[in-house]
Design a protein around this ligand. Structure first.
Ligand SMILES: Cc1cc2nc3c(=O)[nH]c(=O)nc-3n(C[C@H](O)[C@H](O)[C@H](O)COP(=O)(O)OP(=O)(O)OC[C@H]3O[C@@H](n4cnc5c(N)ncnc54)[C@H](O)[C@@H]3O)c2cc1C
Length: 381
């Protein structure tokens, strides 16, 4: 009898790791997820905005975001069917307020949104702060409840499809054979024991920590602090995406407030008075009434950031090791397309992916546009 094929190893069980594990399992692969600490994943931290237009993305990254956005309803439906759990997708539209009409019209994605004057802004967001003169409504943008629903549904869907997990396992190193290809990973398991796991195929999805395993990768952490308030159930219908602060209303009235963007904080844990004050000031400017809503939780996490703020997708310097890392502030948005692209690359003989037609404005194939070596010659920033 032929030996069972080695599983594809997923290094890091955060959002990308789970989304790719799910996709590979659907393609008939055996998959093992090695996860150091699920609770530190940015997938549990994020606000869950699905916002290629409100974020003002440009060029190839905007096209990637739009392609992912188009896939999200079917992707979510699949996860919900496989897991039996809701993901909390809410196509509620996002309003971006501006201090002036000129600022509004200069926004990179202004042409994709509906321009709002002050009166229309008040109609869309009753109670919005007095300092905003204009806005853009992006009806096509929305949100998903990643923290309470999507991550758990993805985990459940993976388990239902036979994916195995080693939680509490830290990958310590990647071992190469004589020609430089991946042959094993070294790890420390939950009991603290050192182990060596043979592997011909693995995906590096360690988020902000990815460069600790592969120092060639230009990925650095950008810390974000968040908080939540409990509002009345229907107090806010749309997400408000202000400069420096955004308000994301969940179905049950919970208002998720984000986020600081601290590139100099490294991996320093914890909240800071300056960061929390920035969020409180942002709430007061965007929706003054919300300043009086009771606080529920405060938390923080680390965005995986690259020099151009776009992800590293596809092959790596090590044959047999693929990359899905560096999604910075748009990983929730990009999870659907990331899983689909990587699933097809790693498991090309599986069932055909959905009509995967990804045309980028640069004319480059995605493997080049988002390749890990696209910064060659630029130096690390
Ligand atoms: C404050 C904040 C707000 C955000 N808001 C949004 C938003 O509104 N919309 C949006 O689209 N995106 C948002 N994001 C971005 C999004 O959360 C990330 O881009 C995405 O979660 C990255 O997924 P990942 O799987 O690469 O990393 P993560 O989800 O961070 O997962 C990485 C995992 O790898 C594990 N790991 C690391 N090193 C090792 C190792 N050596 N061995 C084993 N495991 C390891 C970690 O324990 C972790 O669980 C936000 C992020 C933050 C921090």
């Amino acid at each position: 009898m032929a030996a069972a094929p080695e599983p594809v190893l997923i290094l890091g069980g955060g959002l990308m790791g789970l989304a790719i594990a799910h996709q590979l399992a659907r393609r008939g692969e055996s998959v093992l997820v090695l996860s150091r600490r699920r609770s530190e994943a940015a997938g549990f931290v994020a606000a869950g905005m699905l916002a290629p237009h409100a974020e003002g993305l440009r060029g190839d990254l905007l096209a990637l975001g739009q392609a992912s956005q188009a896939r999200i309803p079917a992707w979510v439906a699949q996860i919900e069917a496989d897991s039996g759990l809701p993901c909390g997708l809410r196509p509620c539209g996002i309003v971006v307020p501006f201090a002036s009409v000129e600022e509004r019209d200069a926004y990179p994605t202004a042409g994709c949104g509906q321009p709002l004057d002050r009166q229309a802004l008040e109609r869309e967001v009753p109670g919005i702060g007095a300092s905003w003169a204009a806005g853009l409504l992006f009806e096509q943008d929305g949100q998903i409840d990643n923290r309470r629903r999507l991550m758990r549904a993805l985990e459940r869907a993976c388990v239902e499809l036979g994916v195995t997990f080693q939680e509490g396992t830290e990958v310590l190193g990647l071992e190469r054979d004589g020609v430089g290809a991946l042959q094993a990973v070294q790890l420390r398991n939950a009991a603290g024991e050192a182990q060596r796991l043979p592997a011909e195929r693995a995906v590096l999805t360690c988020g902000a920590w990815s460069a600790q395993l592969l120092p060639e990768l230009p990925i650095a952490p950008v810390k974000g602090q968040m908080l939540s308030l409990q509002g009345p159930r229907q107090a806010l219908g749309r997400v408000i995406f202000g400069p420096g602060t955004y308000l994301v209303p969940r179905e049950d009235g919970l208002l998720v407030v984000g986020a600081t963007s601290e590139a100099d904080a490294g991996f320093s844990e914890g909240l800071t008075p300056v960061g929390q004050r920035q969020l409180q000031d942002g709430i007061a400017a965007l929706l003054p009434a919300a300043s009086h809503w009771p606080p529920m939780e405060r938390w923080w996490g680390f965005r995986p950031c690259t020099p151009d703020e776009a992800p590293l997708l596809g092959t790596s310097p090590i044959p047999g090791l693929w990359l899905a890392a560096g999604h910075h502030r748009n990983g929730v948005l990009l999870a659907a397309i990331t899983a689909e692209l990587l699933g097809r690359e790693i498991s090309p003989t599986g069932p055909p992916a959905n009509n995967l037609d990804l045309t980028l404005p640069s004319g480059r194939p995605w493997q080049q546009a988002f390749g890990w070596d696209r910064f060659a010659g630029e130096g690390r920033s």
